[in-house]
Write a new protein. Structure first.
Length: 439
C-alpha cells in the first residue's frame, strides 16, 4: 500500500476528527462524570440513558460523549445541528423517531448547539420528549438555565463539563503523535515543554490543542517522514509568545498576587501590566475575572458598591466573547478596581463571624425569630413576640437576633472610605436608636 504523505493526511480529516474516541476508556477528562463508578458512566454502560444536556466550553467532549452513547447504546441515533435546521426539519426528524418508537426501537436525537434554537424550535421537541418518542441529548456552551426553555429543561438532566486540565491535553497530544490515526507512521520530535506550551495555550479546549499540534507539524522542520517541532514554530502558529508563566507553578501564583496587590495599592499601570502578562501567556480570562470579582468585595466592598457590578459584567463579557476581544473588558475592570476607594470591612466581617460560627455551631436560634408553621411550634413559643420592622414608624425594633452568648458582638465595622462612610453613619444611627430603646 502506498504510504500517505503528510499533506495527503492533512487534506483528509482534521486531526481532532480522526482521533475522536469511540469508547469511554478512550475518553480523556471529565472524570467527575465518566470516571469509574460515576453517574454518567453507569448510565451509559447500563444503557439507561434519559434526556440530558451537556453544558461546557468548546472542545471538552460534549459531541464526543454523544457519539460514544451512540456506539454503546441500543438505540437509533440521529445527529441534528441547531445551526442549519428549522422547525420543518425538526418535525421530519420527530416523525422518523415516532416511526421507530412504534416499531419498538428507541431513538436518541443529539442536538449540537441547542442554545441556538429559538423558543418555538425548542417547543417542537417537547411533546416527543414527554411521550418518550425520543431521548434528547443537547450540547451547549451557554448556561441552559437561560438558553433552554424551562419546560424542556425540566425534562433533561444537566451535566456540566469542565475545561480539560493541561495534563489531560498533553496526554491527548502524545496519543496524536503515536496513534496510527494521527502521526504514528512518522517520526515527530517535540519536547515535553513544547507539548505543555500547546496544552496551556488551548485553555482546556482539546480540539484547539490538536489543531495547533497539526498546524505545528505541518510547518515543522523536516520532510514527510520526520518532523521537528520547536517552541518558535508553535509561537508562529498561535501568534503567542511562550512567556515565563506556568499555570500550575509558582509563577502563576506570583503574578496573580502581583495583580491583586497592584489593584489594592491603587496602581492601575502595574495592574494592567500584570493582567497583560497573564492573558498573553494564555491564562483563562474567566479565571482572572473570578479573581477580580472576589477583589471587588474583599478589598472595596461598600466603599464603592459599583465595583462588584463592574466585575460581574466583565466576567459575563469574557464568557460571551472570549479572548482576545475580552482583554479590554478585563482592563476596564482592573483599572476600575485600582482607582476605587478601598475597604476590607466585608472580608473582616465574615472572618470574625466565621470564627464564632465554628466555635459555637450549636447556638440555638432565639425563639422570637424562629419560624412557626405548625400549632406545635406556636405552642412552644416559636416566633412569640416577633416584631415586624415594617410596621414601626422608624422601621426599627429592639428585638434580639443574635444567640444569647453572642449578644453585643460586632462583625461589620464600616470605614470612612468612599460610599462606606454613609453606611458608617447609618450604622451609628441604628445603634444609637437601639440603645435608646433597650428593653
Amino acid at each position: 500500500m502506498e504510504q500517505l504523505s503528510l499533506f495527503d493526511r492533512i487534506d483528509n480529516q482534521p486531526l481532532a476528527s480522526r482521533l475522536r474516541p469511540e469508547t469511554l476508556d478512550e475518553f480523556v477528562g471529565q472524570k467527575h462524570l465518566v470516571g469509574e463508578g460515576r453517574i454518567l458512566r453507569r448510565l451509559i454502560e447500563s444503557d439507561r440513558i434519559s434526556s440530558m444536556i451537556f453544558w461546557g466550553p468548546p472542545g471538552v467532549g460534549k459531541t464526543t460523549l454523544a457519539r460514544i452513547i451512540a456506539h454503546q447504546t441500543k438505540s437509533f441515533f440521529m445527529d441534528f445541528s441547531a445551526v442549519t435546521s428549522g422547525i420543518k426539519a425538526i418535525r421530519e426528524v420527530m416523525k422518523k423517531a415516532e416511526d421507530h418508537r412504534q416499531m419498538g426501537e428507541r431513538t436518541i436525537v443529539f442536538v449540537d448547539e441547542i442554545h441556538r434554537f429559538n423558543k418555538s424550535q425548542q417547543d417542537a421537541f417537547l411533546p416527543y420528549v414527554e411521550k418518550g418518542s425520543i431521548i434528547l441529548i443537547g450540547a451547549t456552551t451557554e448556561n441552559p438555565s437561560f438558553e433552554v426553555n424551562g419546560a424542556l429543561l425540566s425534562r433533561c438532566k444537566v451535566f456540566v463539563l469542565h475545561g480539560l486540565e493541561v495534563e489531560d491535553i498533553v496526554q491527548l497530544l502524545r496519543h496524536a503523535i503515536s496513534s496510527p490515526k494521527g502521526f504514528g507512521d512518522m517520526t515527530i520530535t517535540i519536547d515535553d515543554d513544547t507539548l505543555e506550551m500547546i496544552a496551556a495555550f488551548a485553555n482546556g479546549d482539546a480540539r484547539m490543542a490538536l489543531s495547533t499540534l497539526e498546524m505545528a507539524i505541518l510547518n515543522g522542520d523536516g520532510d514527510d517522514k520526520s518532523v521537528t517541532v520547536t517552541k518558535e514554530i508553535v509561537e508562529q502558529c498561535t501568534e503567542k509568545k511562550s512567556l515565563l508563566y506556568d499555570k500550575k507553578g509558582e509563577e502563576h501564583y506570583n503574578i496573580i498576587s502581583a495583580l491583586h496587590k497592584s489593584m489594592r495599592n491603587s496602581d492601575p499601570d502595574a495592574a494592567v501590566y500584570w493582567l497583560a502578562r497573564m492573558l498573553e501567556a494564555g491564562e483563562d480570562p474567566l479565571y482572572v475575572a473570578r479573581r477580580v470579582t472576589r477583589f471587588a468585595s474583599e478589598d472595596i466592598g461598600l466603599a464603592d458598591p459599583r465595583a462588584l457590578e463592574i466585575a460581574v459584567a466583565a466576567y459575563q463579557a469574557c464568557h460571551f466573547i472570549g479572548m482576545p476581544e475580552c482583554s479590554v473588558h478585563l482592563t476596564e475592570a482592573v483599572i476600575y478596581m485600582s482607582m476605587a476607594p478601598k475597604s476590607n470591612s466585608m472580608y473582616l466581617a465574615y472572618e470574625a463571624a466565621k470564627k464564632d460560627a465554628l466555635k459555637q455551631l450549636a447556638e440555638p436560634v432565639p425563639l422570637v425569630i424562629r419560624n412557626a408553621p405548625t400549632k406545635l411550634m406556636k405552642s412552644l413559643d416559636y416566633g412569640k413576640g416577633y416584631q415586624y420592622a415594617h410596621n414601626t414608624e422608624d422601621k426599627l425594633t429592639n428585638m434580639q437576633c443574635l444567640p444569647d452568648s453572642l449578644v453585643g458582638r460586632e462583625y461589620f465595622r464600616p470605614t470612612s472610605q468612599g460610599a462606606e462612610s454613609q453606611y458608617q453613619k447609618r450604622l451609628a444611627q441604628i445603634k444609637e436608636w437601639k440603645k435608646r430603646h433597650q428593653k
